[in-house]
Design a protein around this ligand. Structure first.
Ligand SMILES: Cc1ncc(COP(=O)(O)O)c(C=O)c1O
Length: 410
């Protein structure tokens, strides 16, 4: 056996270079993305989450985030995160099934289950992992998944990983869904999976009808409520509450990194389902537990959602103001009424030109392109929050008017 001292560590200059042909082929592909208008780059942000942003050195009104209730920098959340860090440390350096499961995890899970009127909850490190973990654990090659065409990428990837038969129905098209349910039988499970509030389109899934169809055809239901939690429904419990089916969805997932201002994700459902996921969901098992600061912040966020309903009120006032202003200018605005407002452009380069024209006028709203949305449906996605003032929105509307004319969209 060699001692540690004998082990030869290669000097930096001896590390093999990435092979030239690989670099060349990657570069060719990147050039292809550039010529299609689909190349992405990271922009430098110098501010905290909020209604204003400094991005690429420019100050702008921020219409691109998901901090819908303005909780990411709420003093109560920040204080709770700091106190948890002082008490528990920055990280737990272990998976929950090893030695990472301190008391904040079950506390937050119990709180989330109560909030969603479910039997039990389980935390995942991200929303992406939650969808991947749930679908790949519960569904296999004997099963069929019925998935909306505009479902989030993490749902699509979960379905791919599960190796189930994957039946995609056109967005919110219940007639086609019913036909597929009638036709596609299976020896195993059948699952209908949808987003609650669609992240790029801003419309909601017709959950009441979906639950009825699921009952009629003996199917399971799964809803990703990443953009609905905290926001939709009388008390902010999400899309299911707004649709009158709270507690009637078999499995609900959602990110804690949007309206709740934190990080990570939840799954809620029957107690046995949650116990099964603890044993079988690989993205839960093989990853370190979430940092204590985040758990404490989300616990506080749930209290704020219940105790400060005026934030939701402000969000809806602002959303109505923005939608009415856009309509008046001449933009075609979908009638969904939610805080996510897509302005359809249709070509990637033009969507990015719109984004730049807006930034030049002091507004940041991201251009959204394939593969985040289907080809030919490129757009600017506006998100309104409770933190915007009416003056912010009016300034943004003036910029949208000018930029929309500059690219001849209106
Ligand atoms: C609908 C939807 N599901 C899941 C996710 C992933 O959540 P997370 O950012 O927590 O991974 C996102 C966005 O990030 C989303 O928009």
């Amino acid at each position: 056996m060699t001692s540690a001292q004998d082990t030869k560590i290669p000097a930096a200059c001896e590390v093999p270079q990435l092979r030239d042909d690989l670099v060349e082929s990657l570069q060719r592909e990147l050039n292809g993305l550039k010529s299609e208008g689909l190349h992405r780059r990271l922009r430098q942000v110098d501010t905290l989450q909020g209604p204003r942003i400094r991005i690429d050195g420019k100050d702008a009104i921020h219409l691109a985030g998901s901090d819908y209730l303005g909780l990411a920098c709420h003093p109560r959340l920040k204080r709770a995160a700091c106190e948890a860090t002082m008490r528990y440390g920055c990280g737990v350096a272990a998976a929950r099934l090893i030695s990472g499961n301190h008391d904040l995890y079950p506390q937050l899970e119990t709180r989330l289950a109560r909030f969603k009127q479910a039997e039990a909850a389980l935390l995942f490190s991200t929303g992406y992992q939650a969808n991947l973990g749930v679908i790949s654990a519960l569904i296999d090659s004997h099963d069929v998944v019925f998935s909306d065409a505009l479902n989030h990428a993490s749902i699509v990837d979960g379905c791919r990983l599960s190796r189930a038969r994957f039946k995609i129905f056109p967005h919110n098209d219940l007639d086609t869904l019913a036909r597929l349910l009638e036709r596609e039988r299976s020896t195993g499970r059948r699952l209908i999976v949808v987003d609650g509030l669609y992240s790029m389109d801003g419309d909601v899934a017709p959950l009441a009808q979906i639950v009825k169809l699921a009952e009629r055809y003996d199917c399971l239901t799964m809803v990703d409520d990443s953009h609905g939690i905290g926001v939709l429904g009388e008390t902010g419990r999400g899309t299911a509450e707004a649709a009158g089916v709270l507690g009637r969805i078999d499995i609900e997932t959602g990110s804690l990194a949007k309206a709740l201002g934190g990080f990570g994700a939840y799954v809620v459902g029957r107690r046995t389902v949650i116990e099964y996921l603890v044993n079988r969901a690989r993205p839960f098992i093989f990853t370190c537990a979430m940092p204590p600061a985040v758990l404490a912040a989300v616990l506080e966020a749930l209290d704020v959602v219940e105790q400060e309903p005026e934030r939701r009120q402000r969000l809806w006032d602002n959303t109505r103001h923005m939608r009415a202003g856009l309509h008046e200018i001449g933009f075609e605005v979908s009638p969904s009424g939610t805080q996510i407002i897509p302005l359809m452009v249709g070509e990637p380069e033009r969507a990015m030109r719109f984004c730049q024209e807006l930034l030049d006028r002091g507004v940041f709203a991201q251009g959204i392109r394939y593969p985040s949305v289907p080809r030919g449906t490129e757009r600017i996605r506006l998100t309104v929050t409770a933190s915007h003032s009416k003056a912010d929105l009016d300034t943004a509307l003036t910029a949208l008017d000018e930029a929309g004319r500059a690219i001849q969209l209106i």
